[in-house]
Ligand binder design. Structure first.
Ligand code: FES
Ligand code: FES
Length: 162
């Protein structure tokens, strides 16, 4: 690639998106400002808080540390797409049931990251859940209820109750 603007094709939530993108645009800014997918939030903008988490080719990444042009040819799934698929319906319900969100700013990133752990199967310990979520900051909940919600979802899935 050379020059400032690039034609890229990204599969966003299952749909091909072809856009001319400024090379400096971060993935999270592209999703929010060009595609109006505002579920991914912008917090610290330097890779610390996890509010901008999205999946790229199945792996949760920081949307503020990745450039949109780097995703040319990749599949990007945002909280909107993952929620619409029903994949995290039980986890979302568990967050609501345990008051694992207050302002909700961290929640999309928290849920996506938790789902990454849950998708491995089994029932992780509280320590494992905390370690996996350690890159996602919450200013409101004190984390206890978030860990409760994730562990309850893991138990329910393991028992086949999802
Ligand atoms: S906004 Fe990306 S990690 Fe904080
Ligand atoms: S619910 Fe407010 S930052 Fe987590």
């Amino acid at each position: 690639m050379s020059g400032r603007f690039h034609e890229v094709t990204i599969i966003v939530n299952g749909e091909d998106v072809r856009e001319r993108i400024d090379a400096r645009t971060t993935l999270v800014d592209f999703l929010r400002e060009e595609l109006a997918l505002t579920g991914s939030h912008v917090g610290c903008e330097h890779g610390v808080c996890g509010a901008c988490s999205v999946r790229v080719d199945g792996v949760v990444v920081r949307g503020c540390l990745m450039l949109a042009v780097q995703c040319d040819g990749s599949r990007v799934d945002t909280i909107e797409g993952v929620a619409d698929s029903g994949e995290i319906a039980d986890l979302q319900q568990a967050f609501i049931a345990r008051n694992a969100l207050q302002c909700g700013y961290c929640t999309p990133g928290m849920v996506l990251t938790a789902q990454e752990l849950l998708a491995r199967g089994g029932v992780p310990s509280r320590e494992q859940i905390r370690a996996h979520l350690s890159g996602n900051y919450c200013r409101c909940t004190g984390y206890q209820s978030i860990v409760d919600a994730v562990q309850a979802t893991a138990r329910a899935r393991a028992d086949g109750k999802q």
